[in-house]
Design a protein. Structure first.
Length: 212
């Protein structure tokens, strides 16, 4: 039995799901803790140092105003994987113990770059764009290894560009999402929005308590 191309299933969902605007928010969010660093240190064991180096690079790229592209992600992946060259995959990729297959086609890398560029566009709100970007990286599966880590870095990069550092990221990294599920896509967007809101609330509460 041939496994269908779940990348195409994702792209159909991506174009049809009713992405919502994020609640309005102004100013930077100062978290009570650096959620990405905390999660990497407590979760990633021997590979934590490489992922922390990639996170630092992603944040530096966000601060410099870099636009997302495969080349930018590849720079992060060189840290993540500890290798000198990270090309775009040339063969079908599999995930979820083989239950999902992401195919290859002519122009796939250019299609991926166009999706990455849309993360910077107005339209859907920031939380929705961050969730969509995360899923783009997961389901395009551009690298032979480390795609979930790269998706996490891409989401962190986009939020950093808006002055946001989440204080908790574990739910983002623990829960698998299905490529053809609009419900999963919308649930991830809602989760990102909740994490942003909760980070802002807890950060503000901490700042108020230190002044009292």
């Amino acid at each position: 039995m041939t496994v269908p191309d779940h990348l195409r299933a994702w792209l159909a969902v991506r174009d049809s799901v009713p992405w919502q605007p994020s609640p309005s928010r102004r100013g930077m969010i100062t978290p009570r803790r650096d959620g990405p660093v905390h999660d990497i240190v407590t979760r990633d064991g021997p590979r934590a140092a490489r992922l922390l180096a990639a996170l630092a690079q992603a944040r530096a790229d966000a601060e410099s105003g870099a636009a997302l592209s495969f080349e930018v992600l590849s720079g992060w992946q060189r840290h993540v994987l500890g290798v000198a060259d990270v090309p775009f995959r040339s063969h079908p990729a599999f995930a979820k113990e083989g239950r999902e297959r992401y195919g290859v086609s002519p122009g796939l890398r250019g299609e991926f770059d166009r999706c990455l560029a849309q993360a910077h566009h107005t339209g859907p709100g920031l939380a929705a764009r961050a969730a969509r970007l995360y899923l783009d990286v997961c389901f395009f599966h551009p690298f032979d290894d480390g795609n979930a880590r790269c998706a996490f870095l891409a989401l962190t990069f986009l939020l950093a560009g808006a002055g946001i550092t989440l204080d908790q990221v574990a739910p983002l990294r623990r829960i698998p999402r299905r490529a053809g599920s609009s419900e999963d896509a919308l649930a991830l967007a809602e989760l990102v929005a909740i994490l942003i809101t909760n980070t802002a609330r807890r950060g503000t509460a901490m700042e108020l308590s230190t002044r009292s």
